[in-house]
Design a protein around this ligand. Structure first.
Ligand SMILES: [Ca+2]
Length: 90
């Protein structure tokens, strides 16, 4: 017969406190994640207005500038001068 002795001397769990990580990738459901990359990683498509467009003025400043990942593919015309960086002037 085996005596099963429960040990109660578990080592204390150390909780590593990490600073909040900044999201760098847009959420999976973001339809523009392969088109635009906002500075803070938020999804540009979340800011589509009633006309199906996104204007730089609608984006929070934390998202700017927005990288246009494929130059020439700028459906919302955020990068008016075509240098691959959209909403660079605010
Ligand atoms: Ca630009």
């Amino acid at each position: 017969m085996t005596n099963c002795t429960a040990t109660s001397s578990n080592p204390p769990t150390t909780t590593t406190t990490r600073p909040p990580t900044t999201t760098t990738t847009a959420p999976a459901g973001c339809s523009t994640k392969t088109v635009y990359k906002a500075k803070n990683g938020a999804c540009v498509a979340s800011y589509v207005d009633g006309t199906g467009d996104v204007d730089c003025g609608q984006l929070p400043s934390a998202m700017k500038p927005v990288s246009v990942l494929n130059p020439g593919n700028d459906p919302y015309q955020l990068d008016s001068d075509g240098d691959g960086v959209g909403c660079e002037s605010g």
